[in-house]
Design a protein around this ligand. Sequence first.
Ligand code: DC
Length: 227
Amino acid sequence: MKKHMSIAIDGPSGVGKSTLAKNLSDRLGYAYVDTGAMFRTFAVLFLDKGIAPEDEEGISRALEDAEISIRYEDGVQRMILNGSDVTDRLRTEEVSHMASVSSQYSCVRERLLSVQRELAESNDVIMDGRDIGTVVLPDAGLKVFLTADSGVRALRRYNEYKEKGILDGRSVEDVEKEILDRDYRDSHRDIAPLKAAEDAFVLDTSRLNADEVTERIIERLNESKTC
Ligand code: DC
């Protein structure tokens, strides 16, 4: 069986993982798998069922008859939960918070780990998240870990929310606090915390635009092929 190529991209919130992953997907023709969207999809389920983020048992029970799947429409990943497309509901702060808290539970992570690995076994993928290089795809052909100052990340997120009309009166400082809270939780949990794999290429994107980041990674990919 042909072994598929995979590129792992990890890093904190608002660092530019999805922009890089989309650009690489366009350039290389690999499928882009946004694993954060999977955690967000389950977060929608827990919110719809009125389960508190701290209720691990309730969350585990809710997963028993939950079906999650991915569909690609014009190259865009759509998330399907129990037969309904929930993609347009994934980007609210409420969902971000629930996804960050519920992603610490093993029942949630295990369900998604198998889905993520199956996708990488049957496609060439660029997968982004928090634990792709460390846990999901430890044999990825290239591992990238992006970092950036929290002020820069907050401004990027603020502008994105403003553009999408989902700012809800928040200031840049409010957005920075939200992402710092989430980063703290994501990097201090017991299972699969956010961290760079030992063999990851770490790139600080604070002073780079999206095209420059993409070029650096393409260079790195070409170097790794000639080694
Ligand atoms: O990348 P994102 O902001 O859409 O991810 C939402 C949350 O999901 C994030 O706060 C932590 C969790 N997550 C995770 O634990 N592991 C991943 N591979 C991806 C996301």
